[in-house]
Design a protein around this ligand. Structure first.
Ligand SMILES: Nc1ncnc2c1ncn2[C@@H]1O[C@H](COP(=O)(O)OP(=O)(O)O)[C@@H](O)[C@H]1O
Ligand SMILES: [Mg+2]
Length: 262
């Protein structure tokens, strides 16, 4: 469908709820007559951040989507800048999460008792929960999530929490909330450290190589609407570094994990 005919681009947004845990204004809306669900974050609802003075968080969300799309990875649901009832903002397609009827089934990122890390999961850190019990923060050892972790390295994502990795009912794994990505200085903060120091898969590197080649052209031009030139150059540098040294980075900053972690 053409952009103009798709209500996602031009249909009227009706607010159906607010995501109350969100620090910025994050609204769930329905769009057009079909009632497709979307997330809408008006620029007006953004709390200014001293360490991200340039552009807007909404613009960074769109730029992150453009990077994911250019890589051919479809990790980030389609995200655009458009008008809405509270002015211009980012609008993102809603991901229907897997219906987890089984309470024992772990999320992609979850907490388990220490010493009880199940097969297919990797432990990231240990902490003490509200009742004083020692718990381990774990994430799935899943190629779809691993690809998201590589995307985060490229995006320099400063906020990959557990709640920002969604397991879609359609079998995909999706990342959301990319408002504080793509800074030119290192800021990677994530719960997905389980692969640190391990090689990056060949097929992902091939996509990164292609991306780095196309960045100075059309992709870069599109990104320039949302990012500074220095930020686009830094993105290219991160891509080339991954190709030169194809290993998942180790945490370097004093605060490598976003808090709260979910
Ligand atoms: N596109 C989406 N599809 C489904 N759920 C989403 C989507 N975007 C956000 N959410 C849900 O809403 C929560 C809050 O959204 P988020 O983008 O993290 O907002 P904020 O920037 O205010 O933290 C997320 O943790 C996730 O559970
Ligand atoms: Mg969030």
């Amino acid at each position: 469908m053409s952009a103009d005919g798709d209500p996602f681009h031009t249909g009227e947004l009706s607010v159906i709820g607010r995501i109350t845990t969100a620090s910025n204004l994050t609204l769930v809306c329905e769009v057009g007559d079909g009632g497709e669900r979307v997330v809408y974050k008006p620029v007006r609802g953004e709390r200014p951040l001293w360490d991200f003075p340039d552009g807007t968080l909404a613009g960074r969300e769109v730029a992150s989507y453009l990077v994911s799309r250019a890589l051919g990875w479809a990790v980030i649901p389609e995200t655009i800048l458009r008008d809405g009832p509270l002015g211009a903002g980012m609008v993102q397609r809603w991901i229907e999460s897997v219906d987890s009827a089984d309470p024992a089934r772990l999320d992609l990122v979850d907490l388990v008792p220490v010493g009880a890390v199940p097969d297919g999961f990797r432990e990231v850190l240990r902490a003490v929960d509200g009742s004083g019990a020692e718990v381990a923060l774990v994430h799935a050892d899943d190629p779809r999530l691993r690809r998201m972790a590589v995307l985060d390295v490229l995006l320099n994502n400063a906020d990959r929490k557990g709640g920002h990795a969604l397991e879609g009912a359609d079998g995909g794994v999706y990342g959301v909330d990319h408002g504080i990505c793509l800074h030119s200085e290192p800021k990677l903060r994530t719960v997905l450290w389980g692969w640190a120091g391990e090689p990056v898969a060949e097929e992902l590197l091939a996509d990164v190589a292609e991306f780095v080649k196309t960045l100075p052209g059309e992709v870069g031009d599109d990104l320039a609407e949302h990012l500074t030139d220095a930020e686009i150059e830094a993105l290219g540098r991160r891509g080339r570094r991954l190709l030169d040294d194809p290993v998942m980075p180790l945490p370097v900053s004093a605060r490598p994990i976003p808090w709260p972690a979910f």
